[in-house]
Design a protein around this ligand. Structure first.
Ligand code: C2E
Ligand code: CA
Ligand code: CA
Ligand code: CA
Length: 280
């Protein structure tokens, strides 16, 4: 029994060590990738319900490591946060977004004129986050009203006083605010009144079975009604089929986002799409 115990301990240790090594490897590679701007934003269109025309797009970070393996953002964003790399990563992707919009806006057939960017709780809680946003906009010759910042409910709750102040300052220069993954956190509806929110993004968890599940349908309907009263726009995330798109349009959801319309694509993809009919 003693041997088994020791054996089990050794096994656990080994697993623990492997996990630490794997994390360290990701951290080392990610640090290098950020220095070399190998993390790139891809863009997923957000369309108007009903007409399905693109209103704006969400920037989502994409990274393929040195071995050519795609590392999902759910993995490397967490590592970036723990390793204090998130500020550099956030700044870099924000600059990419600025440059994409600068280019896009000089073209007549721009695929989108506004971008939504994910801001992590750690970025938001940084003392001089607002100042760094202002500095980047100036350096990149970009305008604040080209942007929507997506913030999760959970990150707002972490430091509500500082978050509230930062959001007000961002709003005062023209940046719009979206609450991401709405419905998954400790949703307190009073926050919608207290925080300067322009957009709510209903989490895909509620959209998946929306067209068949009465409870999800009721939840989404109530949120849409409430948002209308507060003059907040609603985006449904994770729309994968026409049944969901049609039902969401019917209940008055403003905007839709999901694989049914497009997955996130590199910026160039949208111009290739636009050019395709001209070439043929
Ligand atoms: P999120 O902000 O909630 O982004 C939506 C996620 O849903 C994205 O996953 C997107 O690719 C995926 N998605 C879009 N349409 C559909 C659909 O129809 N069905 C399904 N099943 N999924 C869909 P992704 O790109 O893997 O990103 C995961 C999360 O990583 C994001 O969730 C966001 O929290 C975080 N993230 C991504 N890029 C960044 C970034 O640049 N900065 C920060 N701070 N976080 C980021
Ligand atoms: Ca998001
Ligand atoms: Ca989301
Ligand atoms: Ca999410």
């Amino acid at each position: 029994a003693k041997d088994t115990g020791r054996h089990r301990f050794t096994l656990y240790s080994k697993e623990h060590e492997d996990a630490l090594n794997a994390r360290l490897k990701v951290e080392t590679e990610l640090r290098y990738a950020i220095e070399n701007e190998e993390v790139r934003l891809h863009y997923q269109p957000i369309v108007e319900a009903g007409s399905f025309t693109t209103i704006y797009a969400e920037g989502l970070s994409r990274w393929t490591n040195a071995e050519g393996t795609f590392v999902p953002p759910d993995v490397f964003i967490g590592v970036a946060e723990e390793a204090q790399l998130i500020h550099k990563l956030g700044e870099m992707t924000f600059r990419q977004a600025c440059s994409v919009l600068n280019f896009s806006r000089t073209k007549g057939n721009a695929p989108f004129n506004k971008l939504s960017i994910n801001i992590s709780a750690i970025e938001l809680s940084r003392a001089n986050f607002f100042e760094s946003v202002q500095r980047i906009l100036k350096e990149e010759r970009a305008s604040a009203d080209w942007f929507i910042f997506e913030i999760t409910e959970t990150s707002l709750m972490q430091n509500p006083e500082h978050s509230l102040q930062t959001l007000h300052r961002l709003k005062s220069i023209g940046i719009s605010i979206a609450i991401d993954d709405f419905g998954t956190g400790y949703s307190s509806l009073s926050y919608l009144k207290r925080f300067p929110v322009d957009i709510i993004k209903i989490d895909k968890e509620f959209i998946r079975d929306f067209h068949i599940d009465n409870q999800d349908r009721h939840f989404v309907s109530v949120i849409v009604q409430l948002a209308k009263m507060l003059q907040i726009k609603v985006v449904a995330e994770g729309v994968e089929n026409s049944h969901q798109a049609d039902a969401l349009t019917k209940i008055g959801c403003d905007y839709l986002q999901g694989y049914y319309f497009s997955k996130a694509q590199p910026f160039q993809y949208f111009y290739d799409q636009i050019d395709a009919p001209l070439k043929s």
